[in-house]
Design a protein around this ligand. Structure first.
Ligand SMILES: O=P(O)(O)OC[C@H]1O[C@](O)(COP(=O)(O)O)[C@@H](O)[C@@H]1O
Ligand SMILES: [Mg+2]
Length: 381
C-alpha cells in the first residue's frame, strides 16, 4: 500500500514584520495536529523558515485527501487565532478563504505531496525556501536529476544511467508537459530557464529504472499566491521533497546545487532578484533587505510510517562558502537600488503595488510631438 508524505506550509503571521515566526503560533499549530491528527496521520514534523510555518505529515490517505488538507487548514486557523491575539503583522495572511472547501490547494497555503512505495530504507530531504518563488527550485532540481557535473551517479551508477522524467508546469496557462532526460535536456532547459513561467512540479523515475520503476521521487509546491489573490500577498516561498540514495541522487548530490549561491526572484517586497543563501535552521531569519532569500534542508528517514530526523543539512561549514558568496552577491546587487536587473522587470511587477503608482502618474504623460523621434520608438508596446 502506498504511503503519502504531505508537506503543507503557510505564513500566518510573524515577528516583527515577515522576519521570523512567533513561537506561540508554531506551538498552537503543533498542538492542533497532535490533538486532532492521531486517527489520520502516522507521524508529523513542524518546522519553519523565515515567516512560514511548515507541516510535514505521513499517512495512507493519498494525495489531495480532504481530511488531511482540512487538518492542516484547521491547524493554521488555530495558529492564526494566537497570531491575532498577539497582534502579529500578517496574521492569517496566507489563509485566503473564509471556510475550508475540500482541498487546501488554491486557498493560500503551499502544498507538496508525494505518494510513494516506501523502500526498505526511505531517506528523503525536505527543502524550505523563504522570500522567493517556486521557479527557484528549477535550477537545483535540474542539477540533481539532470546534470552529470552535479550528479555523477547519472554517469557511473547503472541504476540512474537511464535518466529521469520531469513534469513541468506552465503556471500562466495551466498546462503541463513531461520531459524525458537526457533525450529532452535542451528542450527542458529552454523552458525552465524562464523560471517565473515554467516550473518543475515533479520528477519521476523511468519505467526502466531497475530499483524503483515509474515512481514520483521529487515534488515542489507551485501555488502562486498572487494569481489566487489577484494582488501581491507575499511571494510563494516554496518547499520541495526529494527522495535520495539507491538509484536516486545521493544525499550530497541533492545538496551540491546549493554549494554556490544563485539568483532568484523575490527578496524585498517580492520585487527583487537576489542570491539564495543555504542556512541551518537556526539561521532561518529574514533580516537584510528582508532576506537574503534562504533555503534550509531537513534530512529524514521514513520507516513504517514513522519519521526519524530531521538532520539540519546546511548547518555545516561545508556551506560557509555559499553563504559568504551569497552575502557578497547581496552587497554587489544591492548597490543598484531600484534599477533592473536588481528590481524585477515590469511584467513581474504586475501583482505588486507598482501598477498603482504608474496609474497615478498616467495623467501626467503627454504625447511626444517630435515626428523624427517617433519613428525610432517602439510604439506597438
Ligand atoms: O506592504 P507590507 O504589508 O508591509 O508587505 C511587504 C512585505 O512583503 C514581503 O515581500 C513578504 O514576504 P513573504 O513572501 O515572506 O510573506 C516582505 O518582503 C515585505 O516586508
Ligand atoms: Mg515567507
Amino acid at each position: 500500500m502506498k504511503t503519502t508524505i504531505s508537506h503543507i506550509k503557510a505564513d500566518i503571521g510573524s515577528l516583527p514584520g515577515h522576519t521570523v515566526v512567533y513561537e506561540p503560533v508554531v506551538n498552537a499549530v503543533d498542538k492542533y495536529i497532535k490533538e486532532n491528527g492521531e486517527s489520520l496521520i502516522s507521524d508529523y514534523h513542524i518546522s519553519h523558515i523565515g515567516d512560514d510555518i511548515q507541516i510535514t505529515m505521513v499517512h495512507k490517505m493519498g494525495a489531495d485527501n480532504p481530511e488531511i488538507h482540512e487538518l492542516a487548514w484547521n491547524a493554521f486557523k488555530a495558529g492564526t487565532e494566537v497570531a491575532k491575539e498577539a497582534g502579529l503583522y500578517g496574521a492569517g495572511q496566507d489563509l485566503l478563504k473564509d471556510a475550508f472547501s475540500g482541498n487546501i490547494k488554491g486557498m493560500g497555503p503551499g502544498v507538496a505531496e508525494l505518494e510513494i512505495t516506501p523502500r526498505k530504507a526511505e531517506p528523503f530531504i525536505v527543502y524550505m525556501m523563504d522570500k522567493t518563488e517556486p521557479g527557484a527550485f528549477n535550477y537545483p532540481i535540474y542539477k540533481m536529476f539532470g546534470d552529470p557535473f552535479n550528479t555523477p551517479g547519472l554517469v557511473i551508477d547503472p541504476n540512474m544511467h537511464m535518466g529521469f522524467k520531469f513534469e513541468v508546469w506552465d503556471i500562466y496557462n495551466g498546462k503541463k508537459v513531461i520531459m524525458s532526460l537526457p533525450e529532452d535536456t535542451y528542450d527542458l532547459l529552454a523552458l525552465i530557464g524562464s523560471k517565473g513561467k515554467y516550473v518543475i512540479k515533479r520528477v519521476f523515475t523511468k519505467e526502466t529504472h531497475s530499483k524503483l520503476p515509474d515512481e514520483n521521487v521529487a515534488v515542489i509546491t507551485t501555488d502562486k499566491l498572487s494569481f489566487i489573490a489577484g494582488e501581491y500577498v507575499g511571494k510563494d516561498d516554496p518547499a520541495g521533497i526529494v527522495r535520495i540514495q539507491s538509484g536516486l541522487p545521493a544525499s550530497g548530490e541533492a545538496l551540491e546545487p546549493f554549494a554556490n549561491s544563485y539568483l532568484v526572484s523575490g527578496w524585498m517586497r517580492g520585487s527583487f532578484n537576489g542570491p539564495i543563501m543555504p542556512v541551518g535552521l537556526n539561521n532561518s531569519m529574514m533580516t537584510r533587505f528582508d532576506g537574503p532569500p534562504r533555503v534550509a534542508a531537513m534530512g529524514f528517514v521514513l520507516k513504517d510510517g514513522k519519521l526519524h530526523g530531521p538532520v539540519d543539512m546546511f548547518n555545516d561549514v561545508a556551506f560557509d562558502f555559499a553563504r559568504t558568496e551569497a552575502l557578497q552577491m547581496a552587497n554587489y546587487i544591492r548597490k543598484m537600488g531600484v534599477f533592473e536587473p536588481h528590481r524585477l522587470p515590469d511584467e513581474d511587477m504586475e501583482y505588486t503595488a507598482l501598477p498603482r503608482i504608474l496609474e497615478k502618474l498616467a495623467p501626467r504623460f503627454k504625447n511626444i510631438e517630435d515626428k523624427g523621434a517617433k519613428s525610432e520608438m517602439k510604439l506597438e508596446r
